[in-house]
Ligand binder design. Sequence first.
Ligand SMILES: O=C(O)CCC(=O)C(=O)O
Ligand SMILES: [Fe+2]
Length: 336
Amino acid sequence: MENTDAPSFKTVPVIDDIPVIDLSKEINNGGIAGLLGEISNACEKWGVFQVINHGVPLELHAKFELVVKEFFKQPSDEKRKLRKDIDAVNPYDYGYEEFAENVKNWKEVFDFPLEKKRPSCNPKKPRDQIHSWPEFPSEFKEACENYGQEMEKLAYRLLELISLSLGLPKHRLNGFFKDHTSMGRLIHCPPCPQPHLALGTHEHADIGALTILFQDDAGGLEAKRTSDGEWFRVKFVPNAYVVNVGDMLEVWSNKKYVSLVHRAKVTSTRERFSVPFFFNPAYYVVMEPIEELTNEDNPAKYKTFTWEEYYVSRKFANLKNPKKVALRLAHFKVEE
Ligand SMILES: O=C(O)CCC(=O)C(=O)O
Ligand SMILES: [Fe+2]
């Protein structure tokens, strides 16, 4: 009998793939209005899009991808030496993540910071979620840092386009990122002997503002279209990055843009690699719908909270007590 409970059993309908947006239109004459239309349509109807001609140098990306694959080839014992700063309170250590969700995925991960934007680490709070750097491959740290810088640049560019697409001034959202707490995550899903029983990444929505994700040609990423809740495959597009709406953008936009539900599948025959870059606000940012986007007819749909309380809850809520439930956006919903 077919097991209808497990998401990995579902056949994903093949529907038109998500919008692919050419960012070079921003620079070419007269393209900006069309570009903003494409972005608002993609954010509103799909929750996700891919960008091409994004300005990230192809050689820099190729080098990064090579080094990442080299890194994961190391023996497990070597990789397990790489600990997170919080490991006094983290019983899981290398290779495990999302422990606040009580889910184990078919993957190993390495989390890295932006060198200069590393979240401040208050020893009383287990905040710092990143791994120590390995010695091998020797170019690894530099390649991750260079890639992180490019992601940061692209993230600001997308943030500004998104702000314009909401009818706001270009820099309206930039201030929330002054001391941003963004990070990158390297993901490797080895081939899985029972792929129907596992997911590389479980179904979830990202908690930050925006995620910019690279997946290699093994693919595997799937998402739920905002407009009708249909699952679809996010096809591999050469030299493209996948951009999705996260919880914080949902709050700022007062739900005009909704955080994307997504997951990643694994196969028995191929390993897969992916690298999300999470663009997150500063800890102290007070989250609430942008005032200009609310009015009497469209009152604020969320109450205020800080990014820090949301982040800390989601990352650490049930670390010591598996029954403790992490915060969700629903906790802050204004009753209608
Ligand atoms: O495995 C993937 O490619 C998806 C990763 C992801 O969605 C995440 O880490 O938030
Ligand atoms: Fe995600």
